[in-house]
Design a protein around this ligand. Structure first.
Ligand code: ASP
Ligand code: MG
Length: 422
C-alpha cells in the first residue's frame, strides 16, 4: 500500500460529468489499496471568471487591500471543485473528505496572488487517511501567519500537489492533465514531436522556464528540492484502464541519470515568443556600467533574461539584454529617461519581434560540438542568430520571430528527435 497524490487540472474538473470520471479513477486507485490524496484545480474557466468579475468592480491599479480580496475570491474556485469531488466520491461509495488550504493548513508567506508555501501540517490529513477516507486538498491556496487566505499564482495547483506530496512523503505525485506527457517539442509546431517516457528534473526545469506550459515552474523546483517523484499523464484515458498500465503512462520526471540508458544528447527543443531585445550602443567600457543599466531595470521590477556585453573598441562597448515583451516599452522609456543621460547619451535600440529557441539536454554535459551542430543547422536554413547564451544543459539563441517554426523544425530533425526512442 502506498500513499499517492493525484492532481487534476481545470479541464479534468471542467464539468460534473468529468468530476465523476475523476472520482471513478480515484476510487479505482483507492480500491487497489492505496492511500489517496487528491489536489484539484478549479473547474476550467472559473478562476478567469472570478478575476474578471473583480476587474469589473475595480478596473484601476491594484492596491495591497485589493490583492487580499482577489485571493479571497479566487480561492473559492478550488473550494467548490474540491467539495464537488468529495461528493462524487461519496456517490461512488468511497468515503472522502475535502479540506481547504486553511483547514489543513497549508502555510504560506503573505505575498498575495503569488504566495510561497512555507509548511504543510500533515496531522489532519493523516487522521482522515487512517480512517479510510480519500483526502481532497484544494490546490492553489494557503493561509498566511495572520490568517489571511493566499493563492500561489496562476497554475499554482501543480505546486500545491507537489508540496503536499513532499509533506506526506508520498510514493509518487501524478499530475493528470489534458496532454499525455512532456514532448520533445510542441506538437503543434512539429507534428513528429514525441512524448518522452522520462525527462530529468533539470531538463524539465529548463523546458518549463522556456515556455513549455505543462507544469507550473515552481512545482518543478519544489519537486527537485524535495525529490518528489513526479509523473505527468493524461486524464482523458478511460477511467477503468488497467491501473498498472496507467501507472506507467505519461512522462516520469527523474532525478538520477540512469547509467544503463543511452542518454539522448538533446531531449527537447523549447521556444518562447515572450521576449524582446534591447541594446544600448557605445556605452563607456568602465566599471559600474552594467550595474547602472541593469540595476535601474531591476529597480523597476523588470526581469532580465539573456545578457550580452561585447568586447570594447576605442573604450566603448555595446550592451544587449532581453526582457519580457510586456516590459519592453517600459524598459526603453526608463533607459531613455533615467539611465542614458548619465552615460553620455548613448543610443538605445530594440526589437520586440524576436523569439528564443533552445536545445535542452543533460547529454550535452558529456558531448562536445552540440552547440555548433545547432548553429550549423540554423545556418543551413539561412537563419541569422542575434544572441546566444549557454548553460551546462542548454543552448539558446535569439532569432527573428518569423523564423521560429522553421528553426524549431530544423533543430528537431538535426538532433534526431523525430525518431529516437526516449
Ligand atoms: N485555478 C488556478 C488557475 O487557474 C490554479 C490552477 O489551476 O492551477 O490558475
Ligand atoms: Mg495547470
Amino acid at each position: 500500500m502506498a500513499l499517492i497524490v493525484h492532481k487534476y487540472g481545470g479541464t479534468s474538473m471542467g464539468s460534473t460529468e468529468r468530476i465523476s470520471q475523476v472520482a471513478k479513477r480515484v476510487a479505482k486507485w483507492a480500491r487497489a489499496g492505496h492511500q489517496m490524496v487528491v489536489v484539484p484545480s478549479a473547474m476550467s474557466g472559473e478562476t478567469n471568471r472570478l478575476l474578471g468579475l473583480a476587474k469589473e468592480l475595480s478596473p484601476g491599479s491594484v492596491t495591497a487591500d485589493q490583492l487580499r480580496e482577489l485571493d479571497m475570491l479566487a480561492a473559492t474556485g478550488e473550494q467548490a471543485s474540491s467539495a464537488l469531488l468529495a461528493l462524487a466520491l461519496q456517490a461512488e461509495g468511497m468515503p472522502a473528505i475535502s479540506f481547504t488550504g486553511w483547514q489543513v493548513p497549508v502555510r504560506t508567506n503573505s505575498a498575495y496572488t503569488k504566495a510561497r508555501i512555507e509548511s504543510i501540517d500533515d496531522v489532519r490529513v493523516r487522521q482522515a487517511l487512517d480512517s479510510g477516507k480519500v483526502v481532497i486538498i484544494t490546490g492553489f491556496q494557503g493561509i498566511d501567519d495572520q490568517g489571511h487566505i493566499t493563492t500561489l499564482g496562476r497554475g499554482g495547483s501543480d505546486t500545491s500537489a507537489v508540496a503536499v506530496a513532499a509533506a506526506l512523503k508520498a510514493h509518487e505525485c501524478l499530475i493528470y492533465t489534458d496532454v499525455d506527457g512532456v514532448y520533445t517539442t510542441d506538437p503543434r509546431v512539429v507534428p513528429e514531436a514525441r512524448r518522452l517516457k522520462t525527462v530529468s528534473f533539470e531538463e524539465m526545469l529548463e523546458m518549463a522556464s522556456l515556455g513549455s506550459k505543462v507544469l507550473q515552474i515552481r512545482s518543478v523546483e519544489f519537486a527537485g528540492k524535495y525529490k518528489v517523484p513526479l509523473r505527468v499523464l493524461s486524464s482523458f484515458t478511460p477511467w477503468d484502464i488497467d491501473i498498472q498500465e496507467e501507472a506507467a503512462s505519461g512522462t516520469l520526471i527523474t532525478f538520477e541519470e540512469d547509467e544503463q540508458m543511452e542518454q539522448a544528447v538533446v531531449s527537447g527543443i523549447a521556444f518562447n515568443r515572450d521576449e524582446a531585445k534591447i541594446s544600448v550602443m557605445s556605452v563607456p567600457d568602465k566599471p559600474g556600467i552594467a550595474y547602472q543599466i541593469l540595476g535601474a531595470v531591476a529597480q523597476a521590477n523588470i526581469e532580465v533574461d539573456m545578457i550580452i556585453q561585447n568586447i570594447s573598441k576605442d573604450g566603448k562597448t555595446d550592451f544587449s539584454f532581453t526582457v519580457h515583451r510586456n516590459d519592453y516599452a517600459r524598459a526603453i522609456e526608463l533607459l531613455k529617461n533615467e539611465v542614458l543621460p548619465s552615460l553620455g547619451s548613448p543610443e538605445v535600440t530594440g526589437d520586440a519581434k524576436i523569439c528564443k529557441v533552445s536545445i535542452v539536454g543533460i547529454g550535452m554535459r558529456s558531448h562536445v560540438g552540440v552547440a555548433s551542430k545547432m548553429f550549423r543547422s540554423l545556418s543551413e536554413e539561412g537563419i541569422n542568430i542575434q544572441m546566444i547564451s549557454t548553460s551546462e544543459i542548454k543552448t539558446s539563441v535569439v532569432i527573428d520571430e518569423k523564423y521560429m517554426e522553421l528553426a524549431v523544425r530544423a533543430l528537431h530533425k538535426a538532433f534526431d528527435l523525430d525518431h529516437n526512442q526516449a
